[in-house]
Design a binder for this molecule. Sequence first.
Ligand SMILES: NC(=O)c1ccc[n+]([C@@H]2O[C@H](COP(=O)([O-])OP(=O)(O)OC[C@H]3O[C@@H](n4cnc5c(N)ncnc54)[C@H](OP(=O)(O)O)[C@@H]3O)[C@@H](O)[C@H]2O)c1
Length: 313
Amino acid sequence: MKAVRLHEYGPPSVLVYEDAPRPQPQAGQVAVQIYAAGVGVWDAEIRRGEWRDMIDYPMPLILGTDVAGKVAETGSGVTNLRVGQDVYGVVDMTLSGSNAEIGLGRAAALSPKPSTLSYEEAAAVPVVAVTAWQMLFDLAGVKARQTVLIHGAGGNVGRFAVQFAKRAGATVIGTASARDLDDVRALGADQILDYKGKPFEQIVRNVDVVIDLVGGDTRRRSWDVLKEGGILVAASEELSEEDTQVARRKNVRAAFVEVDVTANLLARLTELLDARQITTKVGAILPLAQARRAHEMIEAHQQPSGKLVLKVR
Ligand SMILES: NC(=O)c1ccc[n+]([C@@H]2O[C@H](COP(=O)([O-])OP(=O)(O)OC[C@H]3O[C@@H](n4cnc5c(N)ncnc54)[C@H](OP(=O)(O)O)[C@@H]3O)[C@@H](O)[C@H]2O)c1
């Protein structure tokens, strides 16, 4: 099969479009004939070697987790999916990633694809939508009438976070870049602030929840806008010792999400997507052979608004 692999960590030029062995599913695993694969900013971090202390990836490595495609083969014990079925979800990079014609995933992390979405649209959903869901509901426990501040509301996780928080009955304030302001407002945000405009901490007060998809200085400036007992949930950078101390001093909580894509949650997202109660946005579609170009766009901060997707078939 064709795949985009890297044989060593490094810049986008380490990505090579080449032949690779077709992976075989073991018990509980599914081989997916991939039609479309999402590209995330974390794929570029992995390519640069920034995750190597946490995960011992096999080389050559096929990047990419998000997929949409058809079940090609199932390992023993797989009962929730059948060969030929349209699915979406995540494959496992330690087995075989999604930047390939076939990827291997756990059946427990794949679910029937939303029928109203194209393969490209479906591949734009799993990691970012599940991250937003887990931050809001599993970690922050967002409820109706709470106020939620979402940093990076115009990004891929942020767009889902805005929609989920609104559906939960929260008041949603988002920070985003100028190009995304109208988009985020259309998704339902009650108030949307240009992150290059007046500092948010001079405008926003007493929020119950901060969803931090940006980190750095934005996180440092966020502690003061939380009400006592509130919570900041982070995704982009792990919490530092300093974060933990500030949170304790201010009597607020802090948590970091580690996304866990499950078939159950994907099935719930499928219902919402097919009922058109939430939407996804594809920013650009590139052929698999041009995966390197997608990484160059991330490296140069020239990503489109919406998800970068590779068309595999
Ligand atoms: N821990 C986990 O399990 C997990 C899972 C998924 C994602 N993540 C992380 O979560 C972060 C967000 O992911 P994503 O896919 O949503 O990325 P993304 O699509 O690149 O979105 C990031 C957004 O933040 C905006 N932004 C940049 N600086 C900002 C600032 N100071 N204030 C407000 N917004 C700002 C960007 O706008 P411009 O580019 O227009 O400036 C962009 O729209 C990434 O760091 C990713 O690695 C973590």
